[in-house]
Ligand binder design. Structure first.
Ligand code: GLN
Length: 254
């Protein structure tokens, strides 16, 4: 009899664990963050674990709110749909606040700024960002699918007949295509750009910037309760210097 009770109890625990996989929201103790760990130093893989600025800030927020943080590594273009359907409680992925995204999700307060930079080969004919928009321009631009780099270049360049946009799942793959001469430049956020340029010979970042942006966490529109708690915790971590300290740990002052 004792044994049977034990078996039943174990089955119940297993069932709860299984159910927990798909409904992070119902689990009071775990909070699930989705990210795309292809974006150093904000998120990248190290020893099979997602690490980086966003992971550290999210951990500090989860600690404050009394949650255990679980991080799911998914494609960038799955982040917003996953947050919208409640598969993930929030997303942090160096994600830029845009009007279009604000129609789909809510954003926390911003915790960092980003810049869309242009990576070219050292001997490139593209000297400034304006060269991309010059009359008669016809460059092949590499971007990461569904990022703001993709959105801007599709509108400003492809739709304007000034070139074509090649969309890659990973920024690193776009950079590889640039190195091998398949494309003329990569438009991507400045911090990963610096990492990619440091890891590949013969590349440089243009001095001129494509765009300035604000990064924030995305939370489902309905989940205003989490948004409020999240913002309060994040605000405290900004005010007491924790966020600056985390960013400084990954991005040394120049
Ligand atoms: N900041 C860009 C965006 O939000 C890129 C983010 C990323 O690639 N992780 O679209």
């Amino acid at each position: 009899m004792k044994k049977l009770v034990k078996v039943l109890a174990l089955t119940a625990v297993a069932a709860m664990a299984l159910a927990g996989c798909n409904s992070a929201k119902d689990d009071a103790k775990v909070i699930t963050m989705a990210t795309n760990a292809e974006f150093p130093p904000y998120e990248y893989m190290e020893n099979n674990e997602v690490v980086g600025i966003d992971a550290d800030i999210a951990k500090a927020i989860a600690d404050k709110l009394g949650y255990e943080l679980k991080i799911e590594n998914v494609d960038f273009d799955s982040l917003i749909p996953g947050v919208q359907t409640g598969k993930y409680d929030f997303s942090m992925a160096g994600m830029t606040v845009t009007d279009e995204r604000l129609e789909q999700v809510n954003f926390s307060q911003t915790y960092a700024t980003g810049i869309q930079s242009v990576i070219v080969k050292e001997d490139s004919a593209i000297k400034t960002v304006d060269d991309l928009f010059a009359e008669g321009a016809s460059n092949k631009i590499g971007v990461q699918l569904a990022t703001t780099g993709d959105i801007y270049c599709t509108g400003d360049i492809e739709d304007a007949g000034l070139g074509t946009v090649e969309r890659f799942n990973k920024g690193a793959d776009a950079v590889m295509a640039l190195t091998s001469g398949k494309i003329d430049c990569v438009v991507i956020d400045n911090e990963p750009a610096k990492v990619f340029v440091a890891n590949n010979e013969g590349l440089k970042i243009l001095d001129t910037e494509y765009a300035k942006e604000d990064y924030a966490a995305a939370i489902a529109k309905e989940n205003t309760e989490l948004l409020e708690k999240f913002d309060k915790a994040l605000g405290e971590l900004i005010a007491d210097g924790t966020v600056a300290e985390i960013i400084g740990k990954y991005i040394p002052a120049e």
